[in-house]
Write a protein that binds this ligand. Sequence first.
Ligand SMILES: [Ca+2]
Ligand SMILES: [Ca+2]
Ligand SMILES: [Ca+2]
Length: 309
Amino acid sequence: MNKYFKIVFSLAVIVTLFSCAREDANPVSKPRDYVEQYAKDIDSINKFIDTHSMTVDAQFNVEFTEIPANGPEISIREQTQYPLQFKTVTNVAHEVDYKIYYIVLNEGVGERPTAVDSIHVSYRGVETVKGDQFDFAQNPVWFRTDDLVAGWSEILPYFKTGNYDPTDGPNPVNFSDYGAGIMFLPSGMGYYNLSQGTLSAYANLVFSFKLFELKYRDHDSDGILSKDEVPLGSDFLYDPQDYDSDGDGIPNYFDVDDDNDRVLTKRELKKPDGTYHTFETAPGCDGLATNPARVRRYLDPACKPPFAN
Ligand SMILES: [Ca+2]
Ligand SMILES: [Ca+2]
Ligand SMILES: [Ca+2]
């Protein structure tokens, strides 16, 4: 993991999910201790999950309702149709292991985003304490996942895009089988000490969302999609921000020379006919592309042009 980039990206999360400009945000002067704040946050999130029921319609729109005293409604935790799950995210700078609850309403059938791709989503966000909606986009909006609050990059890779039926024109209602879910973000995975619009500082955020489409990005324009700039065999949760194969402090997805041999990756992908290999076709130093576990030549510093193919 590269600390410099982690710091840059943790600052980048201040570019909010809102359409408001960054300068609209209002940071509370001295941020609270992360460990102490997280203890309060996870209590608040657990309370929300235990004291609210949820209804989900056929389009995966979600409504949360506070359960009246001794009411018969089943809580979010106790309902079994959509199991409550969680992942643990260690944030070294915060010295906190964040528990992020999430619910898969529908996994989706299409492509799966990494932590750094562009996503086309609709969403609704509420705060656990006030229960108020602070943000929503009923019609889908494009975002770069790595520009959003940190929790989104952690949870979106569990979902896939949907199918699109173009017969009636570009209307979002024509998406089907899209990913849909809910995430419960402690403030340290959200806006932390920022308050903005109706959003309170240190708010815990509950987002329901639908993932319609995505665009895989190539941050360093070297011809290798950022989703493929990860260790061979890594699973879908691997964050491209964490992989720096040549150890020069620049993660591969931002490094134009991944093996630090002073030959640009782009040039190492070039074929004698002037076209370029993709991640799938890029050969090893022996010129073969048959072994799926091969070290591709742009990752092998001993392998330099000219190439035979
Ligand atoms: Ca790339
Ligand atoms: Ca590097
Ligand atoms: Ca190189």
